[in-house]
Ligand binder design. Structure first.
Ligand SMILES: [Cu+2]
Length: 266
């Protein structure tokens, strides 16, 4: 039953990116409820025209959705700047995120030019970059929830919930800035269903530290649906360092590259 639930969760998480088919990455919830009321905005580059008036539908993007400020998991500090040798950069903390996290990006522009910080897919950033180049000189005047524009010395925040796993991008799309280096990869790791992980019990019989193998006499392996027996597992160096022969352990086993591996222990 646990396995079935876990499998279902994984299928659901894989089917989420199917939203991608709409030509750009903003998906209106109404497109999925059977009314077929597709907006005529696809491909015309005018999806911002309606922003700010009468658009009361929650927007879901591939990269996620605007975050609830009362549910922020952690803060990532970002600095926008130019360097003496002509580069423009997005510096600051690592952009490694776990699926489901709500992040407060504290963004500071310490440069001497206006910059922006946009979170989106690489494809959407490329498309918006082209649009901004075409509209250069015009007052853009738009602030989407996934974007903040800052004057020199300015600071502000973007609060974002990363609903989908994948590789995304933080960028500044002001003409010429991306080309000068203002983009960074944003990695969102897939979240495993922690609640469904079950520990197995066993006793370590033998440790082969060099080979990265341990022999364990164990009870039923609930995660793999296997009975009690003595088996050889893989384990990495850090894991083996915590083991000693004769020790009773509780552990989590997984198939890693086809090999039974102890991935957690307590
Ligand atoms: Cu910039």
């Amino acid at each position: 039953m646990k396995n079935l639930l876990l499998t279902t969760a994984i299928i659901l998480s894989f089917s989420a990116p199917a939203f991608a088919g709409a030509g750009h990455d903003e998906v209106k919830t109404e497109d999925h409820d059977g009314h077929g009321e597709m907006k005529a905005e696809d491909g015309h580059g005018e999806e911002h025209a309606e922003d700010g008036h009468g658009d009361d539908h929650a927007k879901m993007m591939m990269i996620g959705m605007p975050g609830d400020p009362s549910k922020v998991d952690r803060t990532i500090n970002i600095t926008l700047l130019e360097t003496d040798d002509g580069e423009m950069l997005i510096k600051g903390d690592d952009l490694d995120i776990m699926q489901g996290e709500t992040i407060r990006f504290m963004v500071k522009n310490v440069g001497e030019l206006e910059h922006e910080f946009v979170l989106d897919t690489v494809e959407s950033n490329a498309k918006h970059k082209t649009e901004m180049a075409e509209m250069a000189g015009m007052d853009m005047g738009h602030e989407d929830p996934n974007r903040i524009t800052l004057d020199a010395g300015g600071e502000g925040e973007v609060i974002w919930t990363f609903a989908n796993a994948g590789t995304f991008e933080a960028a500044c799309l002001i003409p010429g800035h991306y080309e000068s280096g203002m983009f960074r990869e944003v990695k969102v790791a897939e979240k495993m269903a922690q609640a469904d992980v079950q520990y197995s019990t066993g006793t370590i019989k033998k440790i082969d530290a060099k080979g990265g193998k341990v022999t364990v006499t164990h009870g039923p392996l609930v995660n793999l649906d296997m009975p009690s027996m003595t088996m050889v597992f893989r384990a990495d160096e850090a894991m083996i360092a915590k083991m000693s022969e004769g020790q009773d352990i509780e552990f989590v086993e997984e198939r890693v590259n086809g090999k039974l591996t102890i991935v957690k222990m307590k």
